[in-house]
Design a protein around this ligand. Sequence first.
Ligand code: NAP
Length: 364
Amino acid sequence: MAESKVEYNYLGKSGVQVSNLCLGAMTFGESQFEIPTQASEKLSFEIIDKYAELGGNFIDTANVYGIGSSERVVGNWLKKQDRRKFIIATKVRFPMDTGVNRIGLSRRHMIESLDESLERLQTPFVDLLQSHLWDNATPIEETLRTFDDLVRCGKIRYFGVSNVCGWQLQKIVDKIEMMGLSRCVTLQQEYNLLCRQPEWEEFMVCENEGIGVLPWSPLKGGILTGKFRHDVSPDAKGSRIGYTHTNESRAIPGSSAWRDYRDDNSYWKLIDSLRTMGGKYGKSVPQVALRWLIQKPVVSSVIIGATSVKQLEDNMGASSGWSLSDEDMSSLNELTPRPLNYPYKMIWSFQKDRLNKFNRSIVL
Ligand SMILES: NC(=O)c1ccc[n+]([C@@H]2O[C@H](COP(=O)([O-])OP(=O)(O)OC[C@H]3O[C@@H](n4cnc5c(N)ncnc54)[C@H](OP(=O)(O)O)[C@@H]3O)[C@@H](O)[C@H]2O)c1
């Protein structure tokens, strides 16, 4: 591995260190959504090779990305590496086919799904197994006991969760404590300058409980790259955003829509500010948007996406060797306000005179 050009953080309250930028593998291999910028295995290898050369050691995939295709690409790459150097994360929860038990967070499906992931990834263990979404059908005790069993039998080193709301995350933490199980070390949540809602609930749990945040879609699927123009419709073949914009029937679940931002003045003001700020540091729009996330204390590692080596190199330039000033962090915070709805407004406006440094809780 070449000389490291990235910084490392602990993976939540665990003894493992990961690069502060994690490589998202969702765009590697075939996509079930036929996205034109999806990377072939050859291009994916070039992107992962460059990531590793720059010191990256953390790769995030999921069983469901390309229905196994992403894990297969990562596995084919991983088998040629020194396995000990990399932290591999995958997920379970979404359906892999139409089988009635091929979905969810039941003990049965979690174990079956992990075994299949290990086969595709060509490794005897994954470092981090994450639930991809809450499963209403399975008692949370069953899911948490299974995670613990998988840690104890060595098939996973740690576990984390993704896409949960505040009460669900606190319930997970409390059940783990009551049952004496392995702790949940990470929360993978959408988090970027245009999506700050998790700061109100989920991240407060994370700060109190030592759970590291892994932001997904840090550039809002490409919307925060500064590469789109107000008067030009994004090219259908040139980007994921353009592909979904030009035919709404292709909308990818959970993905960002260009129409939501095109006529929004506050969005263009944000892009202009990112560009001006970047100019001051000699950095690009994506680098500033990623750096804002890296500097949030609750974040362990930001999960970047890239469909070319050039994008990867650009994004990796956010990792180390520079920082946004406190003033610039505050100005980005102010440009992207979080709506303070009831009950948050009432709860938080009365806490300022009740700060007790011996009673760790969140201070806004
Ligand atoms: N847990 C979950 O539910 C969940 C959901 C989504 C994603 N994820 C994870 O998060 C990872 C990243 O998500 P994401 O791909 O949505 O991240 P993102 O950073 O918001 O978007 C990445 C996309 O933006 C464009 N892009 C990235 N860097 C660029 C640059 N420097 N210049 C110009 N364009 C650039 C590329 O798309 P184009 O080339 O097509 O424009 C790239 O695929 C995924 O791989 C996955 O591991 C998790």
